[in-house]
Design a protein around this ligand. Structure first.
Ligand code: 5AD
Ligand code: FES
Length: 355
């Protein structure tokens, strides 16, 4: 029998697994018709676990100060033209109060790797949010920390942790992350899982020199880590970084990676990322139609939004929390999906609570 992309997609849909060679074959040979089939299978797989619901998280970007120097990121420490800010605990709580009124039951606290937020300060912030809003989930996205800190945050009430692996190709990782350790990052993800967090990994598509083989590494890595959440977005060049003149990822390539990820990790929570919305007016809707099932509208104060510039031309920087909340709901409705305003835990965690 002649192997075709369509046969391989059938196999992937049935078994949620393909070999490295098969995945490379798919990436090298996929065409428009087989993409339709891929997205259809991705939607069916998602619907089997979560229905046509889209879960909503409120993103609070509480500091853009970062000690890391990732080549792609506008917040990198070498970017002296970034205007830096930190939110106080009170300002973060104000975002939560507003978000709670708008129906958010998950707050994602994201920042650069900012050591000012020590273990004690983070614990205080987490406990303050949880005592005011016991029914919300807290997701942290603050980078690599010590195991002991991860444990304290968890015991203080943090439920989930996002730490994208960025790329599973060690050589590409090393080129993009000066003074950082690929092994440490992967180890952090394992430690976070062991502690009991719902863990999010993820990667960028269209990084300079990223090959199909590298992207297949991402899929195989995710299959073995089996995280609860997976954030995938296009790389978007930022003019104040060494990658200013790089090409950047495309909507088309990112959609294929989202759909393949859905089939490899069928029960994952996959956001339709802001980066997708930033390179295409319907980027987030397209991601949802390729198997994503989470949106993360911005809850940060409008005054700081333009400063959290991971990449340029980011959407929503002039908008406020209420606007984004309803904008996103309309977008979800426009493609026949339904906004779900519950905490939106991974199904394994929802079951554990019901028992
Ligand atoms: N383009 C797209 N995504 C980026 N990120 C950082 N810089 C960029 C960029 N220039 C992503 C990284 C990081 C997440 C918070 O944002 O994957 O983990
Ligand atoms: Fe922010 Fe649409 S989600 S303006």
């Amino acid at each position: 029998m002649v192997i075709t992309v369509d046969h391989l997609l059938d196999k992937l849909y049935e078994k949620n697994q393909l070999s490295k060679e098969e995945l490379i074959y798919v990436l090298e040979n996929i065409h428009e018709d087989s993409k339709k089939k891929l997205f259809y299978y991705a939607r069916k797989t998602r619907d089997g676990y979560y229905g046509n619901k889209v879960f909503m998280r409120g993103l609070i970007e509480f500091s853009n100060i970062c000690k890391m120097d990732c080549l792609y990121c506008g917040l990198r420490s070498s970017n002296n033209n970034a205007s830096r800010y930190r939110l106080t605990k009170e300002e973060i709580l104000d975002c939560c109060i507003e978000g709670y009124k708008l129906g958010f039951r998950t707050f994602v606290l994201q920042s650069g790797e900012d050591p000012w937020y020590t273990e004690d300060r983070m614990v205080d912030i987490i406990k303050s949010i949880k005592s005011k809003f016991p029914d919300v989930a807290i997701t942290l996205s603050i980078g690599e920390r010590e195991e002991e800190e991860y444990k304290s945050f968890f015991h203080a009430g943090a439920d989930r942790y996002l730490l994208r692996h960025e790329t599973a190709s060690r050589s590409l990782y090393d080129k993009l992350h000066p003074h950082a350790s690929f092994d440490n990052r992967i180890n952090c993800l394992k430690v976070l899982k062991e502690i009991g967090y719902q863990v999010g990994a993820g990667f960028m598509v269209g990084l300079p020199e990223q090959s199909h083989e590298d992207l297949v590494e991402d899929l195989i890595f995710l299959k073995s880590l089996n995280p609860h959440m997976i954030g995938i977005g296009p790389f978007i060049p930022h003019s104040e970084t060494p990658l200013a003149n790089a090409k950047g990822g495309t909507v088309e390539d990112t959609l294929v990676m989202i759909a393949l990820t859905r089939l490899m990790v069928p029960d994952g929570l996959l956001p339709a990322t802001t980066a997708m919305g930033s390179i295409h007016p319907k980027g987030r809707e397209l991601a949802l139609q390729a198997g994503a099932n989470v949106v993360m509208p911005n809850l940060s104060p409008t005054s700081v939004r333009p400063k959290y510039e991971l990449y340029e031309n980011k959407i929503c920087v002039e908008d406020n929390a209420g606007h984004c909340r309803y904008c996103i709901e309309n977008r979800i409705k426009s493609i026949g999906m339904v906004l779900d305003t519950s905490r939106g835990d991974h199904w394994k965690y929802s079951q554990a609570k019901a028992l």
